[in-house]
Design a protein around this ligand. Structure first.
Ligand SMILES: O=C(O)CCC(=O)C(=O)O
Length: 340
């Protein structure tokens, strides 16, 4: 049944007010709470039905505690992932389209090191029995294999990606607030079990884990239209028709029926391609048909309010220790690991 905008608005408004109060209380806490109550998470996700830009407005009204220190970053010119001359262009590109594909691709030695690491690290088969095992690259059984953040952080180049100051700068510029690196995701997608598209985020959806955030993806295998591009509905970070606004999966047919298919863009490129994507807009992975894809993603958000977050334990490289010293607010989830 198509959502009725009047009913949806009426239901969402009290949840907006509750979200604002809960987000402010979270922000005022002396140290960031370890988790956000489930009801507040529900209210936040539900209120985001109203408009894809709502979260950013609520964030600006709620998260004010971060001081001048929180804006401090390590030298963005030291990034090996982003050419610092592309920073403003990237922030403007995301503002306009909801995504930006960087012209610079990463040195192959970096993408190869991360891929070789992922080929021998334990990962979890989605829809499998949950036991971590090395990715069976020659004979995958399911459509998606996820590496945990703690596992990924055993790779120095993944740590470097997670602590990238140029990405943090772009997120600050785009979101207009200080940011925290709040999540690393790292996963293989395969040609198997296309029927699990819902489970594997291969149907359109909005990310609603936080109020205001920006994601960076790097492809670590060559990605073509047949090997799992990232798919984005251009402009949907600003505007989504009522019929497509919900906290769940949306079919290609619904996007076509809304007359928006001409705005659907497939993002792909050689290993080492980096993209900034505001995944409050409608997006999905495309199920590969001709080979697997390895992607690594980091998210910068304006607060840890929202989805449960991790404080992974790992042994930082000297570079990441230096970056933590320069931008402790951004890398605050890693503070406990810095004393190891
Ligand atoms: O695989 C992709 O390109 C997108 C994945 C995604 O949207 C998700 O994990 O939520």
């Amino acid at each position: 049944m198509r959502p009725n905008p009047v009913v949806e608005n009426a239901l969402a408004l009290p949840r907006v007010a509750k979200t604002l109060l809960a987000a402010r209380a979270f922000d005022k806490s002396a140290v960031p709470p370890h988790a956000t109550p489930g009801q507040s998470q529900f209210n936040m996700r539900s209120s985001m039905n109203l408009d894809p830009r709502l979260g950013k407005s609520l964030s600006k009204l709620s998260f004010r505690k971060a001081s001048g220190e929180a804006w401090k970053l390590a030298d963005p010119g030291s990034s090996r992932f982003i050419d610092v001359t592309e920073v403003d262009q990237a922030a403007a590109g995301v503002q306009r389209d909801g995504f930006y594909v960087f012209q610079k691709t990463v040195d192959p030695s970096i993408s190869t090191a991360i891929r070789e690491f992922a080929e021998q690290a334990p990962c979890i088969a989605r829809g499998g029995d949950g036991a971590p095992a090395i990715y069976p690259r020659s004979a995958p059984q399911v459509g998606r294999y996820d590496l945990e953040e703690t596992t990924g952080l055993q790779c120095p180049e993944v740590q470097e990606f997670a602590a990238d100051p140029a990405m943090a700068l772009i997120a600050q510029k785009y979101l207009g607030q200080p940011v925290v690196m709040d999540e690393i995701a790292f996963w293989w997608t395969t040609t198997q079990r296309a029927e699990d598209a819902n489970l594997n985020a291969q149907m359109f959806h909005q990310d609603r884990d936080r109020l205001s955030f920006l994601k960076f993806f790097i492809f670590l295998t060559d990605v073509t239209p047949e090997t799992g591009p990232h798919v984005y509905l251009k402009g949907s970070h600003r505007k989504i028709p009522w019929g497509l606004r919900k906290d769940g999966r949306i079919s290609d047919e619904s996007v076509r029926a809304a007359g928006l298919w001409q705005n659907v863009v497939e993002l792909f490129g050689p290993a080492g391609t980096v993209m900034a994507v505001d995944t409050i807009g409608l997006h999905k992975g495309k199920t590969p048909t001709a080979g697997d894809r390895l992607a690594l993603e980091s998210e910068f958000s304006t607060s840890l309010f929202g989805n449960d977050y991790e404080r992974p334990q790992f042994t930082p490289t000297d570079l990441v220790r230096e970056r933590f010293a320069a931008m402790p607010w951004v890398l605050q989830r890693y503070s406990e690991s810095m004393t190891r």
